[in-house]
Design a protein around this ligand. Sequence first.
Ligand code: FES
Length: 110
Amino acid sequence: MKQLCSTRDVPAGGCHRIELTDRPPLAVFNLDGRFYVTDDTCTHGDASLCDGEIDCDDGVVECPYHQGAFEIATGRPAGAPCSIPLRVYRVEVKDEAIYAAIDETEAACP
Ligand code: FES
């Protein structure tokens, strides 16, 4: 598990982008106190999903480029033109620190 940030870095209903030196950026989402980590880059194009609109009720993030969407918890496409799932990572929160299993070969959710 890799430590990414503090829970205080991610506002409720918001997203915090994590820039890493050895891989594309990650997005940490806070859906009403539940934290999720996904790739930050949309699978349709080169857009940062942290710049998109988050719908906490539906658990969906809308891409800022073409308004495609993904389910944050599963990475499933939730709106055209997105059709390729977003990669999601298993998350643990310990003592206000958020960790993600970014080295696991399998995504956390189908
Ligand atoms: Fe995200 Fe097109 S780049 S929907």
